[in-house]
Design a binder for this molecule. Structure first.
Ligand code: SF4
Ligand code: SF4
Length: 199
């Protein structure tokens, strides 16, 4: 019985050594091919994110926090707020991606993440952003945003001044009419005694 078991133990490795059978995956040297629908670590296009915070509000595990990041567009994202994800709590449901109104968040194909501390797997826009602006591009966009804001402020000021002028007009007309009526009354009062005197 023991002999038979020993023979089996040796014969099985010999048998599979001669065949091309994949026993273990060569991870991490060789990564297995992931299915098309794989939901990996999120990828953010910081150039189009509008900082609406919908992703943070919809997340069932409350693992998204909006944080400041300086390489987005100040034209689209005025407060420069972008998502930061706590992957220690994320269940990769993809709801945040489905609800993003500008489709700047997507589930990527990276699935490896490790760290020595809990905070190592809380990833901000710097890690998530696959697309972002350079410091020079951000400065140009900021200048453009300032120019547009100044234009809007000037237009608003002009509109307010126009409104104020229109509001004043009826008052002036009313004043003129009142003056005319007063003059007519005075003339009539002056004319009356003369008529009386003549009689
Ligand atoms: S994938 Fe799901 S759990 Fe993870 S951040 Fe998005 S909404 Fe939250
Ligand atoms: S990633 Fe999408 S949903 Fe989240 S703040 Fe940016 S635009 Fe809004």
């Amino acid at each position: 019985m023991l002999k038979r078991k020993m023979i089996k133990n040796f014969s099985w490795p010999l048998k599979i050594a001669t065949q091309e059978i994949e026993i273990t995956r060569l991870y991490p040297e060789k990564m297995m091919e992931l299915p098309a629908a794989e939901r990996g670590i999120h990828e953010l296009d910081a150039t189009i994110c509008i900082g609406c915070g919908t992703c943070a509000r919809i997340c069932p595990n409350s693992c998204i926090e909006m944080v400041h990041y300086k390489f987005g567009s100040p034209l689209k994202n005025k407060k420069m707020q972008f998502p930061q994800i706590d992957f220690g709590r994320c269940m990769f449901c993809g709801l945040c991606v489905d609800e993003c109104p500008v489709e700047c968040l997507k589930m990527g194909k990276k699935v490896i993440m490790a760290g020595w501390e809990r905070k190592d797997i809380v990833k901000g826009p710097d890690f998530l952003a696959t697309k972002k602006f350079s410091a020079k591009e951000v400065a140009d966009l900021e200048a453009e945003a300032k120019r547009i804001a100044a234009e809007k402020a000037a237009a608003k000021k002009a509109a307010d001044a126009k409104k104020a002028a229109v509001a004043k007009k009826p008052g002036k007309e009313g004043e003129a009419a009142a003056n005319g009526a007063a003059k007519k009354k005075a003339a009539a009062a002056e004319a009356k005694p003369k008529e009386g005197g003549a009689a």
